[in-house]
Design a protein. Structure first.
Lengths: 323, 320
């Protein structure tokens, strides 16, 4: 990653972090109902991926989707609105925290069934290959989903048909409470790539430059027609699985170890070291991004009462037009 | 033209009209499909007939994703029994996509499902699973009984912007009939035989049983109206009410067992409507298959679904 991109990366990562912090606050205040899956600590993975792909490349995120959605270009106002259930949400308030599709930003939205977004992403790649487009599709999944049959079937299909798809495994060490050390049969998920005649690679998912560079390399391979690629980024969610998680399955020492590897702090240190910004400029940018997210949330809250009627919602069960 | 050839023609005409129509399935190419429905299509449409590995969940999920991008995939699931493997892509994804995205995406996919008993294939190759989806919003279901409807309804299903499950009873594949190319919209039932004494509803293979039953009734001087539902979801409730009110006596004949089924929904439609209920002269009758797995043994297998003679006896006992 060229250092000219560092500030863009930091901006996206700050937005993602502050979005999650605000979301947690709104839940605690009882202003949002349902559940949410926060991705604090995984910002380098989200920003690194989204900065390295091009317009027209589609992503299918996981249920822990907020950061990817922000980094792909969606409006935080529309995302907060979705969680408030208002008509201004990306899915008009019918989706919620786990469903934030955004056609304008090439984001199919997540499946809330772990691992089920992967065959959908494979289908996007199939349609791209048929149309002769030079775009690619990114199937984002976690270490937990890596055990799903749908993921393995998709990798086989993508390989036999040389589909333009990046299998992007965001390994955050735990599928809910289940440690990947206990649940995955190989040391790295990327070890499985050879079974599907793909290249597999594992990189530091808390270093945005490493993620970005690896995605660029993978995309070059895919766009040259050589077929799919499995990239695994190693990261850690510093919060629990969802808002009800007491995190009994991991130690305070482990959490402290990963907090020291915070991807945003890592990037800030790099920015100063490389002389891109000084501490004051970083502090200013940080305060500015926090305020931006605050404003977006406040605006969404102000309009939270604008809701679809039941009749309008029911009218969306079926698509109307036929050919 | 046979029912099998009618489906093949609908696929061929649809693929010729729109290159976004692509058929996915196991052995649908050179082999011609397990029931020879797709025979020869790969020669005319080599880019649109795609043999898949044995990965029902994977290739159906893939087709759902492709449909969301504007393709019009037709997926052949070799036996309807294997639908268990594609519940997730169809029920959790295809059915919910339009709603859950606030209308941003639709999912124009057709899933072809060869179903039904009478073939000696045992309990895992002979089910008729349509009842499982009666309560699933976002899905449409079609189950034609003759070649003409099979042709026209498959063409309509492929043009529809919603996921459509297309049930093909295996015993119908060899049946013959003239094809009248016309627009048959999904959601419209059809009166196959006019009659004034009672109304028989059915769909798919059981429609043959219903027509045979009507012949037997005619010999006894009873004129039965026979309605082919054709679309199971959404049901043509208007025609159901109209034909029930006209005779005041209603019989539903179907191959699957009655509990929580298409037939129980038809009877519920009739008996919960004030005006239709008021016109009934007798209790509605629901004749279905046994609540049983399909046995292999030939005679036992035959006995799991109703035949015309049994239907006649039941109707005479309860309504005449």
């Amino acid at each position: 990653m060229d250092k000219s991109l560092y500030v863009d990366a930091l901006r996206l990562m700050l937005d993602s972090r502050f979005f999650e912090e605000k979301t947690e606050e709104l839940f605690k205040q009882g202003l949002i109902h349902g559940t949410t899956h926060l991705a604090n600590g995984q910002e380098a993975s989200q920003a690194g991926l989204c900065m390295a792909i091009k317009d027209g490349d589609w992503i299918v995120p996981t249920h822990r989707c907020h950061g990817f959605t922000i980094c792909r270009g969606s409006s935080p106002f529309a995302m907060f609105s979705e969680m408030f259930g208002s008509v201004h949400g990306l899915a008009k308030g019918l989706g919620g925290s786990m469903h934030m599709p955004d056609r304008d930003n090439w984001n199919l939205g997540s499946s809330a069934v772990v691992g089920s977004g992967v065959p959908l992403a494979t289908g996007i790649a199939y349609s791209m290959k048929r149309s002769g487009s030079n775009n690619l599709s990114v199937a984002i999944f976690g270490d937990g989903a890596s055990s799903r049959g749908s993921v393995h079937e998709s990798m086989n299909l993508a390989s036999i048909w040389k589909l333009p798809i990046l299998f992007f495994c965001e390994n955050n060490k735990y599928g809910m409470s289940a440690s990947s050390d206990k649940m995955v049969s190989v040391p790295n998920v990327s070890d499985r790539a050879c079974a599907y005649r793909m290249i597999g690679k594992t990189v530091d998912g808390n270093d945005v430059t490493a993620v970005y560079d690896a995605v660029i390399e993978a995309c070059e391979h895919i766009r040259s027609g050589k077929g799919p690629y499995l990239l695994e980024v190693m990261t850690y969610r510093t919060k629990g699985h969802s808002k009800s998680d007491r995190r009994l399955y991991r130690t305070a020492e482990e959490e402290a170890f990963w907090l020291k590897k915070d991807p945003i702090e890592h990037l800030k240190r790099l920015i100063i070291k490389e002389g891109v910004l000084d501490q004051n400029q970083i502090d200013k940018l940080t305060a500015e991004r926090r305020q931006f997210i605050e404003d977006q949330a406040a605006l969404a809250l102000e309009k939270a009462g604008d809701r679809l009627t039941t009749e309008e919602a029911l009218a969306l069960v079926y698509a109307k037009e036929a050919l | 033209m046979t029912f099998r050839e009618a489906i093949r023609k609908a696929l061929a005409d649809s693929m010729a009209r729109d290159k976004n129509v692509v058929l996915f399935g196991e052995d649908v190419g050179v082999y011609g499909g397990c029931f020879k429905v797709t025979e020869g299509l790969i020669n005319s449409f080599p880019q649109q007939v795609i043999d898949t590995p044995v990965s029902e969940e994977g290739f159906t999920g893939m087709a759902v994703g492709a449909a969301m991008m504007g393709m019009r995939p037709v997926v052949e699931i070799m036996y309807a029994d294997f639908f268990t493997l594609v519940f997730d892509p169809i029920v959790n994804h295809a059915a919910k996509t339009h709603f859950m995205s606030g209308g941003q995406f639709c999912c124009p996919i057709v899933v072809r499902l060869p179903e039904g008993s009478g073939t000696g294939h045992g309990a895992q190759h002979t089910q008729s699973p349509e009842a499982l989806f009666m309560n699933e919003p976002g899905i449409k279901m079609v189950a034609p009984s003759n070649p003409s409807d099979a042709y026209n309804l498959l063409v309509s299903a492929i043009k529809d912007n919603n996921p459509v499950l297309f049930f093909e009873h295996k015993l119908l594949y060899g049946t013959e009939g003239e094809i009248e190319e016309e627009s048959v919209p999904i959601g419209k039932a059809k009166i196959l035989r006019e009659g004034t004494d009672l109304t028989i509803y059915s769909y798919s293979h059981a429609t043959l049983t219903a027509l045979e039953t009507a012949d037997l009734l005619a010999k006894e001087g009873v004129n039965a109206c026979v309605v082919d539902l054709r679309t199971l979801k959404p049901l043509d409730r208007d025609l159901i009410h109209k034909t029930a009110r006209a005779t005041g006596k209603v019989v539903m004949i179907q191959d699957p067992s009655p509990a929580g089924s298409v037939g129980s929904e038809v009877i519920s439609t009739i008996s919960t409507d004030r005006e239709t209920f008021a016109k009934l002269k007798a209790q509605p009758v629901l004749i279905g298959g046994k609540q049983s797995h399909t046995p292999f043994s030939k005679e036992l297998e035959k006995n799991t679904i109703p035949n015309a003679q049994q239907c006649l006896s039941t109707i005479k006992e309860k309504l005449l």
